[in-house]
Design a protein. Structure first.
Length: 219
């Protein structure tokens, strides 16, 4: 539920997304349970990595030693500013290379891996973003994905559909009902084993806490 990649938004909605949503994300997606999921999805990353939806840099501390550089796509200036202490403390170079996950300003097959956490839920055209990630990674390279999305429980899915308009309004365009596995597979990537589960918490939180973690490979 990181942020909207659709460009500037006028009025109160734009102010909320620019000044409030990055701070909400920092708090909601920096908890112990989510940190453990971040660490797990970063396993196996190496070489030159592109992160789509860098946010405030919550994944930096989980990058393996084999990662030699990180290029970040991040539309929020506040999010990028909030990441400064983490970037300063990082052992590897971090560069901001774009604002829009739907149109990556990178060469084809130029990365060993792509990392995307809690961003496919928010990017307006998530299918296009998935195709862009597939384009950016080299043949044999990997795309590491951690997302929340549609629950397999019909009752929870109905609540997700009801709550989706509110979620989009208050969380920078975030959707509760997307299927990240289907999006990545449709982009032509080979999806490996998928870990799917609710994060710990009360049943009332389930529309927001059904998660997907997986690694896909470009053939």
């Amino acid at each position: 539920m990181d942020r909207d990649y659709g460009g500037p938004v006028a009025g109160i909605g734009g102010w909320w997304e620019r000044h409030v949503v990055p701070r909400l994300v920092e708090n909601a997606l920096g908890s112990g349970d989510v940190r453990r999921e971040r660490a797990a999805v970063c396993e196996g990353l190496s070489g030159r990595v592109l992160e789509v939806g860098f946010g405030s840099g919550l994944n930096l501390s989980h990058l393996p030693a084999g990662v030699t550089s990180l290029d970040a796509v991040e539309p929020s200036d506040l999010g990028w500013s909030m990441s400064a202490p983490r970037r300063d403390a990082a052992r590897l170079p971090v560069a901001r290379v774009g604002l829009d996950g739907q149109h990556l300003d990178v060469e084809d097959a130029s990365y060993d891996a792509v990392l995307c956490t809690f961003s496919l839920c928010t990017i307006p055209d998530a299918a296009l973003a998935a195709r862009e990630m597939a384009r950016a990674v080299r043949p044999g390279g990997t795309v590491h994905v951690l997302e929340h999305g549609a629950s397999p429980d019909p009752r929870v899915r109905r609540w997700q559909a009801r709550l989706d308009p509110v979620e989009r309004a208050v969380a920078g365009g975030c959707h509760l009902t997307r299927d990240p596995v289907a999006l990545v597979r449709a982009a032509g990537l080979e999806v490996g084993p998928v870990t799917q589960r609710y994060l710990p918490g009360p049943a009332v939180s389930r529309p927001w806490t059904y998660g997907y973690r997986f690694v896909a490979r470009r053939p």
